[in-house]
Design a protein around this ligand. Structure first.
Ligand SMILES: C[S@@+](CC[C@H](N)C(=O)[O-])C[C@H]1O[C@@H](n2cnc3c(N)ncnc32)[C@H](O)[C@@H]1O
Length: 230
């Protein structure tokens, strides 16, 4: 099944508790200028006003990881996608506190953004602790499925790097199966430490911290976009 539309419906929460006045003001005052435009093709020029390498984070949660990456790669443009409004507030705080000018934000489904990027555009992509949907009957809701991952593969440049992290044993097995079926991605692994030890340039996300606090193992997977086209 290669249709990204299989997860077109967003199943997670979009809003938790109502925003506090200060948070609502941050959203109103800063999100419009940083938002990915609603329609039309997307590229670095239209998002950042100049040509630059592009990266995407799918489901950035509260945005700490994206904030760190964007601060450490000021010459790369970051597109953060997250439908959860509380998460968006976190990302806006990252942009403000780290004084970032290389981040654009999409309050919604990452697929909507991916579809509008030209093929072979992205240098980097992250999918960190995606919602696990552990029940087999909900497996189609997982972002890690041939449709969405095939779309991501098309949008990545050969040589680009895709990182995926999870602490969920069902999801990690499923992900390895899905990724093994995508020749456009080569797993960058030589031994167990490559997926068991968090790389220095992979800051801990909120979900990872929660997982570690519960004593869970966490898996860190890196993939390189190959030259293969199908
Ligand atoms: C379990 S949380 C992990 C958040 C963060 N990556 C972390 O590691 O702390 C998964 C996040 O993915 C978001 N999400 C789910 N489906 C998505 C989609 N199709 N596009 C973008 N974000 C999505 C959810 O709203 C949620 O915030």
């Amino acid at each position: 099944m290669n249709d990204p539309l299989t997860i077109r419906r967003l199943y997670g929460r979009r809003q938790g508790h109502p925003l506090r006045a200060q948070q609502a003001a941050l959203v109103e005052e800063t999100l419009p200028a940083l938002s990915v435009p609603d329609q039309g093709p997307l590229d670095a020029e239209m998002l950042f006003g100049r040509d630059m390498p592009l990266a995407i984070e799918i489901g950035f949660g509260k945005g700490e990881h994206m904030g760190w990456q964007a601060a450490n790669a000021p010459e790369m443009g970051f597109i953060g996608c997250e439908p959860f409004l509380d998460g968006m507030v976190g990302a806006l705080m990252q942009v403000r506190d780290r004084n970032l000018s290389n981040v654009r934000l999409h309050l919604g489904d990452a697929l909507e953004v991916l579809e509008r990027l030209p093929d072979a555009t992205l240098d980097r992509a992250w999918l960190l602790h995606p919602d696990p949907w552990p029940k087999a009957r909900h497996a189609k809701r997982r972002f890690m499925n041939p449709g969405p991952i095939g779309l991501l593969a098309r949008k990545m440049k050969p040589g680009g790097e895709f990182r995926f992290g999870t602490d969920h044993p069902v999801y990690v097995r499923w992900a390895m199966m899905v990724m093994a079926g995508v020749p456009q991605f080569e797993w960058l692994v030589e031994g167990p430490k490559d997926f068991l030890v968090r790389p220095d340039d992979w800051p801990e996300t909120r979900y990872e911290a929660k997982a570690r606090a519960k004593g869970h193992e966490v898996w860190y997977m890196k993939y390189r976009r190959t030259d293969a086209n199908s």
